[in-house]
Design a protein around this ligand. Structure first.
Ligand code: FCB
Length: 452
């Protein structure tokens, strides 16, 4: 490959950010399906609650965190708005909540932090859950009405919109493996929910553009890259390709060409979904190996597992690995996305790591791979690290720690972890300094130079 410059510089105007979500940070959310789920015994690690979360609904606390982000040299924050606060009952919109979000956005902008606003990040108002949530076809109308209200109220401060966070994860974890609410285990229902979410994305995208023609809107797509367990084995290669098709490409086909793959609905084309992405948001955490397994017909003869030889991040409370550290997987995901010829934001990337002994290297190597993909033509416009402060990690509650800052839940005090300074150095240089990369990951530069 080319010789490596002294800084793996990203293009001018690159967005350096952190990603967050309302329910994981605001606290005191009592009107959504997650707060109800938290009340049910056995659902959340050690029966814990989101409680005050990181207390962002207190704007003084949020502003102090925005200061921290600005001091790192970041210029953007991805956050979500909480539907159940804004529309506590169907058709009833809470003006004071919208004013509070407007103020939150003003506090961000004041600090030079451009907001990327997600309209749906896993939580639904209870009234929606009561009428069947995302299985009820009316949700498409409700979500686009909600979207329009938010754009009307906040559009003077936001042009970067993310309609829905990880439709596939919401559908699969809530309706197939049942760990998220509503705890259903039924593939047909899961695919119906995913289909509904994609259709609702299309409606929301159009609602945003009707109100704001200069909007830049997309969704955040989770991609767990499937690699063949044995690349020399054609059956493994086919199994991995099939999994990538189902897990990764079917959502992309929907939001670019309007194609609903057979699993999502009879192979139809939904015309209102065509070209509903001004950008593609990528949430990338890990890769997984895939092997052909004749004993797994229910799984389409594919078995997946993490590469046992790889480096693992923290394990979840059930003792299962969250994932492996595989920066090259980010490169592969970006190469896949580049084929859609759209701007790309890495809307989430991070790792659980209580000790913070890997996170700095994780960030530097992943950004080195983003740079490599960008050099080869992927139009990468921003990177949002998940996350700023250790927060409420859904069923894992406070167990998995993804923050650049730790949180003392008694006092609310934040302490920067060593990785915060590393991310700051990178953001301030607008790219990974080669020397920093070499210090954190000796030999990585040589790998980049060799192009592998
Ligand atoms: C993503 C979610 C986000 C957070 C990270 C760790 O799948 O979008 O809310 O939980 O994982």
């Amino acid at each position: 490959m080319n010789t490596i410059p002294s800084t793996l510089r990203m293009p001018p105007g690159f967005r350096w950010g952190v990603a967050t979500a309302a329910h994981q940070n605001e606290g005191d959310n009592h009107n959504n399906q997650w707060s109800a789920w938290e009340q049910q015994p056995g659902r959340i690690h050690q029966g814990q609650h989101s409680g005050k979360a990181t207390d962002w609904w207190n704007l003084d606390v949020a502003a102090a965190d925005f200061d921290r982000a600005a001091e790192l040299g970041l210029n953007s924050i991805r956050l979500s708005v909480e539907w159940s606060r804004i529309e506590p009952e169907p058709g009833v919109f809470d003006a004071s909540t919208l004013r509070q979000y407007a103020e939150m956005l003003r506090l961000l902008r004041q600090r030079g932090l451009e907001p990327m606003v997600t309209l749906h990040h896993f939580t639904d108002p209870l009234w929606l859950t009561e009428i069947g949530g995302w299985e009820n076809p009316l949700v498409e109308d409700y979500f686009s009405r909600f979207t329009a209200r938010v754009v009307e109220a906040l559009g003077d401060q936001v042009t970067l919109w993310c309609t829905i966070n990880e439709p596939l994860v919401y559908a699969v974890v809530g309706y197939l493996d049942g760990r998220f609410p509503p705890g259903v285990k039924n593939i047909r229902r899961a695919m119906n929910v995913l289909r509904r979410m994609l259709l609702a994305h299309g409606r929301a995208y159009r609602a945003i553009h009707r109100l704001q023609n200069h909007a830049h809107a997309g969704l955040a797509h989770h991609m767990r890259v499937h690699l063949p367990a044995n690349p020399a084995n054609a059956a493994d290669r086919r199994a991995a390709a099939m999994m990538n098709q189902i897990a990764n490409r079917s959502t992309l086909a929907a939001i670019t060409e309007g194609k609903l793959t057979p699993l999502l609905g009879l192979g139809q084309t939904a015309t209102h979904l065509i070209d509903t992405s001004d950008f593609i948001g990528l949430n990338y955490y890990t890769t997984i190996l895939t092997t052909f397994d004749p004993t797994q017909p229910g799984n389409l003869f594919a078995r997946t597992f993490f590469d046992p030889a790889a480096e693992f991040s923290d394990y979840d409370s059930a003792g299962d690995p969250y994932g492996i550290v595989d920066p090259a997987g980010l490169y592969l995901a970006l190469k896949t996305l580049a084929s859609y010829s759209k701007p790309i934001y890495i809307t989430e990337n991070g790792m659980p790591g209580d000790a913070d002994d890997m996170r700095g290297r994780f960030i530097a190597t992943h950004l080195a791979e983003a740079w490599r993909a960008q050099q080869e033509g992927a139009d990468v416009r921003g990177y949002y690290h998940w996350t700023l402060v250790d927060n409420f990690e859904w069923v894992e509650a406070w167990n998995l720690k993804f923050g650049l800052f730790s949180l003392d839940r008694e006092t609310g005090a934040r302490t920067p972890k060593p990785s915060a300074a590393i991310y700051a150095q990178i953001a301030q240089a607008n790219g990974v300094p080669a020397r920093l990369l070499e210090t954190l990951a000796p030999g990585y530069l040589a790998r980049l130079e060799a192009g592998n």
